[in-house]
Design a protein around this ligand. Structure first.
Ligand code: SIN
Length: 191
């Protein structure tokens, strides 16, 4: 069903002597900022696309009826836009628990809007994690999202808030916007 990645992440990166580090967010980390940060800047990473291919058993769904949330999938030449936060390493004690359903922290180069670059960390749920669902028609993904609810609320809110945040960032994410549009028709059909 799902693997808890908290211990894996704690062992992954030695924060000894590090006062602050950049974190790149591309999903709920863009709009649900429940952690302190020192600085916040829109940024992009290269070679990755956002996909609703990861199951959520703990936030936007349940083990019996999982929701779908985003992860990153490699695609040469792609650019994924998101929000970068400069944070104290202590923030990861909270975020590792929040992102525990399959996400591991990876290092990534990221580019800010002024062209400057920095190294940061990003949470990615890779295809070998037990909660990875993979590809499906976008209309089917929207139907699954429309019916899923979890302790953090309806899965639909995750999608709609993410889509709004991406528009505010000036991002074009055809995958997210297509699922959003399918979701709006599912909701209208059911009304
Ligand atoms: C992220 O937002 O960067 C990770 C995925 C999520 O929490 O939605």
């Amino acid at each position: 069903m799902s693997v808890n990645t908290v211990e894996h992440n704690r062992a992954r990166f030695d924060f000894e002597g590090v006062d602050a580090i950049w974190l790149f967010g591309y999903g709920s980390l863009i709009y649900k900022v429940d952690f302190p940060f020192l600085e916040q800047r829109p940024a992009s990473i290269r070679g990755w696309v956002r996909r609703f291919w990861q199951a959520s058993h703990d936030h936007r769904g349940t083990p019996e009826a999982p929701g779908r949330v985003v992860t990153l999938v490699q695609q040469p030449g792609a650019v994924c836009r998101g929000m970068a936060y400069r944070v104290s390493p202590s923030v990861f004690e909270h975020l590792d628990v929040r992102e525990k359903n399959g996400y591991l922290r990876f290092s990534t180069p990221m580019t800010f809007d002024d062209g400057s670059e920095a190294e940061g960390l990003v949470y990615i749920a890779t295809e070998d994690n037990e909660a990875f669902l993979g590809d499906a028609p976008e209309a089917d993904i929207a139907r699954q999202i429309a019916s899923a609810h979890g302790p953090s609320g309806p899965n639909a809110d995750y999608l709609l808030r993410l889509a709004d945040s991406l528009r505010a960032l000036g991002d074009e994410c055809p995958h997210t916007f297509a699922i959003e549009s399918h979701l709006r028709s599912v909701v209208t059909e059911d009304a």
